[in-house]
Design a protein around this ligand. Structure first.
Ligand code: SAM
Length: 359
């Protein structure tokens, strides 16, 4: 790891470190009246029990749905925006890096992500997100093809189903080319890079635009003793890579963003216009003569909208950079972070595209 990476500070939820003008909420208080004030713009602090915050969020949902009853796409979007805005005014106090209420979860991120401050207020929904993330981090994510558990860092994409990993593993088993150098674009929690190590690749360059992904994989490299095999880089696509690789793999975001992309985990699911063109252009420069370019993708965008673009098919049809060598496809079995909102998942398939350079 280079010195720049040692200096990376993780992205973390905003906190309030000053005293604030807020209502303290206790169990016996009138939840509906408190919610009205919160919607008006007042901060509310959850006191006494952690579950008091959950009760308030239930009441907030109920109250907002009375106003936002329109079930159209735009109506639901407005409701979600209003919920997000108001719910972030619900705060919880942290003292000595632990939640200052009874019967609360133990969330190690409150210490790990805030080594510089011990007492603060943080929004309740952020705490809920941290709690879920901490449980995955502590428990670990079992990856059968690797025969080990990964510990995804806060704010990092990790797979909640494994069809694409099984597909990549299957293809790697048949791979007969050189295993000197590989590149993993968008390393996430490291799973594809670790598969490459397990299949005998000697050196892997792995990048990600998400700082937390890089910080998390750096910790995993120490734990798994893979430090000598994987060079991490926080940056866009091939970033500082100057070499040519025998194999380049990218499991990119699968959906074209219709909103302004945020930094961090948003970019695991959504891509901005132009990402694939830039990727293919750079991949062409960094692929060794007999190298393989592997993309893990899905028909998810087409499942949602039949006319949606497919950036890999578009590349093959419209440009002269690459040709198709192998195409593998498999049904999707479980629930994924990327598809949770879709009810048409039954037709979803995960795809593995292997391309080689055109002369
Ligand atoms: C779907 S996730 C895949 C993560 C991991 N490789 C896996 O298979 O589970 C896509 C990853 O690509 C990263 N990413 C998105 N755009 C990128 C870019 N321009 N350069 C590098 N990484 C990028 C995201 O931050 C995210 O970690």
């Amino acid at each position: 790891m280079n010195t720049d990476l040692k200096e990376l500070n993780p992205d973390r939820p905003n906190i309030i470190t000053t005293e604030i003008d807020a209502i303290s909420f206790y169990r016996k208080m009138d939840a509906k009246a408190t919610i009205e004030e919160m919607i008006e713009g007042k901060y509310v602090i959850v006191e006494e029990f952690y579950s008091n915050g959950l009760d308030l969020l239930v009441e907030l949902r109920r109250t907002l749905l009375e106003t936002y009853s329109d079930s159209s796409f735009q109506g639901q979007r407005d409701y979600r925006a209003a919920f997000r805005k108001a719910s972030h005014r619900l705060l919880i106090k942290v003292e000595h890096n632990v939640l200052a209420v009874k019967k609360c979860p133990d969330i190690g991120w409150l210490k790990q992500l805030y080594p510089d401050v011990s007492d603060f207020y943080i929004s309740y929904p952020e705490v809920q997100g941290m709690n879920s993330s901490w449980q995955w981090y502590e428990k670990g994510l079992k990856v059968k093809t690797l025969n080990l558990s990964l510990h995804p860092y806060y704010g990092t994409y990790f797979p909640t189903r494994f069809d694409h990993i099984v597909l990549f593993d299957k293809w790697l088993t048949t791979y007969k080319g050189s295993k000197k150098k590989a590149v993993d674009i968008g390393v996430g929690c490291g799973v594809l890079s670790f598969q490459l190590v397990r299949k005998g690749f000697k050196n892997i360059f792995a990048s990600d635009t998400n700082k937390n992904a890089i910080i998390g994989v750096a910790k995993e490299l120490n734990r798994l003793d893979f430090n000598k095999k994987i060079d991490l880089s926080h940056g866009d696509l091939f970033d500082t890579y100057e070499d040519k690789a025998d194999l380049i793999v990218f499991n990119p975001p699968w959906l074209l963003a219709k909103h302004e992309l945020e930094e961090g985990i948003d970019r695991a699911m959504y891509y901005e216009d132009g990402l694939f063109d830039r990727f293919f252009e750079e991949a062409k420069k960094h692929l060794a003569e007999d190298g393989k370019l592997v993309l893990i993708f899905s028909n998810l965008a087409q499942v949602v909208d039949r006319n949606a673009a497919h950036p890999i098919k578009d590349e093959l049809e419209n440009n002269s950079r690459f040709k198709l060598e192998t195409f593998l496809q498999s049904d999707v079995k479980g629930l994924s972070q990327r598809t949770r909102r879709s009810s048409q998942r039954s037709n979803e398939k995960v795809e593995l595209w292997v391309l080689t350079a055109k002369e």
